[in-house]
Design a protein around this ligand. Structure first.
Ligand code: NAD
Length: 294
């Protein structure tokens, strides 16, 4: 088993670091929050007092931070003491440009890095069932893979540096759009006198089938259990969906890609968040659409 530095022990990173410790690794954990550090200690990690101390002597350094600026700062603070044999694994969701830049900067010091954002929320982070989409060289991917396998159920090499973030943003572009389409169809179906369960039974077996419909139905009491059954609490927050859609919009602008559905989804999740509902699960947007239709 290896020594692993883990930086960013929040909602996602806390469970991920705990799973690395459970797999037998010597996890040196750092976060700016004392509470997060205490939880990591209770989960079997050794708390340290800086990002540099977490990275020092580590075989792998995992980061799970809010945004690109945090990743850039943590790498700037800690790379000085990192050996060339260390693999840097950034699991945060950040913009493609920053992901490529931090990997290029590491490469100039002879250090390999991958971007490895995740699909799956807090429950999957705690359960060790995340899906990782990984950008980096084939060699860097193979070095990162065993650590990612200790935290997830699927580890997929998406391509060169930045490709993991590109896959994540494109995935969530579809997710945000299909969720809104699913929600507006349920609102309309109910207005047209269709029973929600009956519509689900039909659409989930017809061409409207999608993950938003069949695995994460936005209507309470319909389909498998989802945040809709818990008053839209405890899933993937609307504010995080908006963050990912904005990253997708920025990437689309850079790549000169036309993304009309993503643009509208971004507008609607902006309205959802500005209405003070950004902490609700993103499927809660069905209530905003239903209210607007009154
Ligand atoms: P979070 O805010 O709960 O955790 C981030 C942690 O980073 C916090 O504990 C914070 O104190 C710490 N931090 C910030 N700057 C730091 C620094 N300089 N040094 C050390 N620690 C620092 O966020 P989260 O929900 O765990 O999300 C983390 C990442 O995972 C984000 O990029 C997010 O987009 C992505 N993500 C989240 C989810 C989800 O459901 N929450 C799902 C998929 C991906």
């Amino acid at each position: 088993m290896a020594r692993v530095g883990f930086i960013g022990l929040g909602n996602m990173g806390g469970g991920m670091a705990a799973n690395l410790a459970k797999a037998g690794h010597d996890v040196r954990a750092f976060d700016l929050s004392a509470d997060a550090l205490a939880r990591a200690q209770a989960a079997g990690c050794l708390p340290v007092d800086s990002a540099a101390a977490a990275a020092d002597g580590a075989e792998a350094v995992v980061t799970m931070l809010p945004a690109g600026a945090h990743v850039e700062q943590v790498y700037a603070d800690s790379l000085g003491g990192v050996a060339a044999s260390t693999i840097l694994i950034d699991c945060s969701t950040i913009d493609v440009t920053t992901a490529r830049r931090v990997a290029d900067n590491a490469a100039t010091r002879g250090i390999a890095a991958v971007d490895a954002p995740v699909s799956g929320g807090i429950a999957a982070a705690n359960a060790g069932t995340l899906t990782f989409m990984v950008g980096g060289s084939a060699e860097a991917f193979e070095r990162a893979r065993p650590f990612l396998e200790d935290m997830g159920k699927a580890v997929i090499h998406a391509g060169a540096s930045g490709a993991g973030q590109a896959a994540k943003l494109c995935n969530n572009l579809i997710l945000g759009s299909t969720m809104i389409a699913t929600c507006e169809a349920f609102v309309l179906a109910q207005r047209l006198g269709l029973d929600a369960q009956t519509f689900f039974d039909i659409a989930s077996k017809a061409t409207a089938q999608s993950w938003s419909m069949t695995s994460y139905c936005p209507v309470p009491g319909v389909g498998p259990e989802s945040p809709a059954d818990r008053d839209y609490q405890g899933g993937f927050a609307g504010a995080l969906m908006l963050k990912d859609l904005k990253l997708a919009m920025a990437a689309a602008a850079d790549a000169h890609a036309d993304v009309p559905m993503g643009t509208r989804a971004t507008e609607l999740y902006t309205a959802f968040t500005e209405a003070g509902r950004g902490g609700e699960d993103f499927s809660g947007i069905i209530r905003m659409l239903a209210d607007a239709a009154r």
